[in-house]
Design a protein around this ligand. Structure first.
Ligand code: ASP
Length: 457
């Protein structure tokens, strides 16, 4: 069996939902469909999730949200009208939104999650109705009832491992019904141990799909989006990119997704990887195309570098102390400060007398920065302590690098020829990627010259 996931653009309007129904009904192996909230219908449009967040923020300030709720209901209603579905589904959605808005606001994070989850939840109900109208047996399944148990911070939840068993049993039970319905499952959220709705990070419907594929031991996880292939670089950075990736490994996908490949969520790789389920990223608008396969291993021949990703908003905290290499416990004490302040670090390249901690700017707000730097000065007495924001990271990724001489040389030559100053280079021991730190202002130029150096020639 196959688990399919359709992103926001695939359920943005009636035309797109019809394509989802066609795809699901074209292959009997497609038994579970995970859906996002309706996304943008055009560049100027607003995603339903963003509308829900604005609505929740107003509600938290005790402001009137009638207009906001009406606009969200209208997004669903326009789909219902165009698909000629029964009005009852819109009454149900409107009622659901009102109940959510009127619920307890004492826990801000929990309230925001409850509202955010309404996009996926109601999208799934609507898609189930649309499938039934098209003559398919289909059933909406509620993640809380099916056992999608989550833990952690609101908006950043992770799965409790016991969920795999719960989800497997619930879906199996429903599938045994005589009409063998397609299961329509909302992405992006589950429920925590207090029974409150909790969401994954943004873009988290990919994670739901991967979890269900793993729980069901699916033959394949089909992830439908709006591009024909995963490109070797982000088309937003290199608009003339032509090189699509037909196959890559989980490790390569994880590295690329980590560094800003928006097409697939980085946290969605792990559940599929652990269960050994191939991921096929495909286009809802061109389902006849093969898309990109993410698999455990691939034959590495000519294409040593599979892709180049980049991401912004990194902070470098540079700590230098003469004879640091002889000071037992220096690294531990430094990391302990970050741990005690609740800040995770991303990378930690070191020199003889220095350590640079690289952090995500969003996880290191200025007020925390002030506190952390004061503590480092006081507790570690470094000779020099520099904190710089607005850094970008670029990852050149490819399994084949392990066996190839000259990948780093080629990359550094391309950057040097373009006059890009490399602030930092890091190659981890697995040799699957080389990371370059550059100034944010140089990011696009750096990715462009690297792409042309590795792919265009
Ligand atoms: N709707 C959510 C978002 O916009 C989750 C998703 O689409 O995967 O982030």
């Amino acid at each position: 069996m196959k688990v399919c996931k359709f992103g926001g653009s695939s359920v943005a309007d009636a035309t797109q939902i019809n394509k989802v129904c066609d795809i699901m009904m074209a292959d009997r192996e497609r038994r579970v469909v995970v859906v996002s909230a309706p996304g943008k219908r055009n560049k100027a449009d607003i995603k339903v999730t963003d509308m829900l967040i604005s609505c929740a923020e107003r509600a938290l300030e005790d402001l009137d949200v009638t207009k906001e709720i009406d606009a969200i209901v209208e997004r669903f209603a326009s789909i219902q009208r165009d698909l000629d579905l029964d009005n009852a589904i819109i009454d149900e959605i409107a009622q659901d939104l009102r109940t959510r808005v009127d619920s307890d606001k004492s826990d801000r994070g929990a309230f925001l999650d409850l509202l955010k989850a309404a996009g996926e939840d109601n999208s799934a109900k609507l898609v189930a109705v649309a499938l039934r109208k098209r003559g398919a047996a289909a059933l909406y399944v509620n993640p809380a009832k099916a056992g999608m148990l989550l833990e952690g911070e609101p908006g950043d939840a992770t799965l409790c491992d016991v969920s795999y068993g719960f989800l497997h049993d619930s879906i199996e039970r429903i599938s045994w019904q005589p009409d063998n319905p397609i299961i329509v499952f909302p992405g992006f959220f589950g429920v925590n141990r207090d029974g409150k709705v909790a969401t994954f990070p943004r873009g988290g419907s990919d994670i739901t799909g991967a979890i269900l594929a793993a729980a069901m031991k699916a033959d394949c996880y089909e992830n439908f989006t709006d591009v024909d292939t995963v490109y070797a670089v982000d088309p937003r950075v290199v608009p003339d990119v032509k090189h699509g990736i037909s196959e890559m490994t989980y490790r390569e996908m994880r590295e690329l997704a980590y560094a800003g490949f928006g097409v697939f969520h980085d946290e969605a790789v792990m559940p599929a990887f652990r269960a050994g389920i191939p991921i096929n990223i495909r286009n809802t608008n061109h389902p006849e195309l093969p898309g990109t396969w993410v698999v455990p291993n691939r034959r590495v021949d000519t294409c040593k570098v599979v892709g180049i990703a980049s991401d912004s908003d990194f902070v470098h905290v540079y700590v230098d102390k003469y004879m640091m290499n002889r000071e037992v416990g220096f690294g531990r004490k430094l990391l302990q400060i970050f741990e005690e302040e609740g800040v995770a670090f991303e990378h930690m390249p070191t020199g003889i007398d220095n350590i640079t901690l690289i952090l995500r700017g969003s996880k290191f707000p200025p007020e925390v920065q002030v506190r952390v730097l004061q503590r480092i000065k006081k507790e570690l007495q470094p000779d020099s302590l520099i904190c710089e924001r607005d850094h970008a990271l670029i990852m050149v990724v490819g399994e084949g690098m392990q066996h190839t001489v000259g990948t780093a040389a080629r990359a550094t030559r391309a950057l040097a020829d373009a006059g890009v100053n490399i602030e930092l280079i890091n190659q981890d021991a697995s040799e699957i990627s080389i990371m370059f730190g550059v100034r944010e202002a140089e990011r696009a130029k750096a990715v462009q010259v690297l792409y042309h150096s590795f792919f265009a020639e």
